[in-house]
Design a protein around this ligand. Structure first.
Ligand code: SF4
Length: 349
């Protein structure tokens, strides 16, 4: 099995070449496929916690959801809200299309890079989790025939990971990892994000603790992505480590996680990208499990008012489509005018 020395090397190599995503309208094709699927599919509601949403989770909302069994948000009604929703869904579709095309066309064909599931394009058989170098019935690894057989027969599928909860189904954490990547004899979790070109250019290197000194081996990865993205990637790394430790998943060494890499792709120009590396930190998962425990206690006690609120008032953006905003911020009702007491009317003291 051939391992890529370092994901940063891959990112650096890739940044000097075109992905081919833009030229052949791959993204446009995938956006249309996405629109078609979205039109047919009703909104999905998950009762489990999803790592991509945990950073902005509202504790109060999660308690009310479980107490009242209401999982869907309010429909978007005003013309502005509908427009915003359409614009957002189009941006989301473009982002997903670029994300999928990059996974399929750029990362999946690299020999021994991605570890995950592989779906046979004709039979639909799912193999793995494994590297593409471990797929059955393939020509000698790295040969032209090998690359051709991989492209024709196999499609990469993200690995689903799940942390079961003794508190019940609606307290489990589950999600799909964009990629698990081999780095020498270790592995990393890869999180892919599509962002605007402006945002991508704003991402920069952070001066290290020894800024100003010439470091013999300067860390090329000390940069500043979004905190929520780092949190999500670290959560996935801890979840996969736990799954390997408990043998829910096998094929990698649970002690060999080297960290996480966050790869930002430009939505405006898919050939623009930046990668950032962060070491392992299990705090994200511990913190999340504590939050889930707390939510469970508040549900058991029936005390949603003790949970933390994300909103300051009814106009805060998370409240706009939140079904519980009247619980958090009751509408002010104007008091009815009391009739004046007429002369001679008796009053009871
Ligand atoms: S209105 Fe805001 S604070 Fe209240 S439950 Fe909804 S999101 Fe949370």
């Amino acid at each position: 099995m051939s391992f890529i020395t370092d994901l940063a090397t891959v990112a650096a190599e890739l940044s000097g070449q075109q992905s081919g995503i833009t030229e052949n309208n791959e993204v446009l094709k995938r956006i249309r496929e996405g629109e078609h699927k979205a039109a047919k599919r009703p909104g999905r509601v998950s009762k489990r916690f999803n790592p991509s949403k945990l950073f902005f989770m509202c504790q109060t909302k999660e308690v009310y959801r479980r107490l009242e069994g209401v999982w869907e948000d309010l429909p978007r009604r005003t013309p502005k809200q509908v427009n915003d929703e359409v614009a957002l869904s189009q941006l989301g579709l473009a982002g997903s299309a670029i994300h999928d095309a990059f996974q399929d066309r750029v990362l999946a064909p690299i020999s021994g890079l991605l570890w995950g599931l592989w779906v046979h394009r004709d039979t639909g058989d799912v193999v793995g989790p494994c590297f593409n170098t471990e797929l059955p019935g393939m020509p000698p690894e790295g040969s032209e025939e090998w690359h051709q057989a991989l492209a024709e027969n196999w499609r990469y599928r993200e690995l689903a990971v799940r942390i079961e909860s003794p508190l019940g189904e609606s307290y489990a954490i589950s999600g799909r990892i964009d990629g698990v990547v081999a780095v020498e004899d270790q592995w990393e979790v890869l999180e892919i994000k599509t962002v605007s070109d402006d945002y991508l250019r704003g991402l920069r290197r952070k001066p290290g603790p020894e800024a100003g000194q010439l470091l013999l081996e300067p860390d090329p990865f000390m940069e500043l992505p979004r905190t929520r993205d780092i949190f999500q990637a670290r959560l996935y790394a801890s979840m996969l480590t736990r799954a390997l430790e408990t043998e829910l998943v096998s094929g990698l060494d649970a002690t060999a996680c080297r960290g996480v890499t966050i790869l930002y792709l430009s939505r405006d120009n898919p050939d623009e990208r930046r990668a950032f590396h962060f070491p392992v930190d299990t705090h994200a998962l511990t913190h999340q499990e504590q939050q889930i425990q707390l939510i469970h206690h508040l549900v058991s006690d029936g005390t949603p008012e003790l949970a933390m609120k994300r909103c300051k008032n009814r106009s805060s953006s998370p409240a706009l489509f939140c079904p519980f905003k009247d619980h958090c911020f009751p509408k002010k009702t104007r008091g009815k005018k009391q009739p004046d007491i007429q002369d001679g009317q008796e009053t009871l003291e």
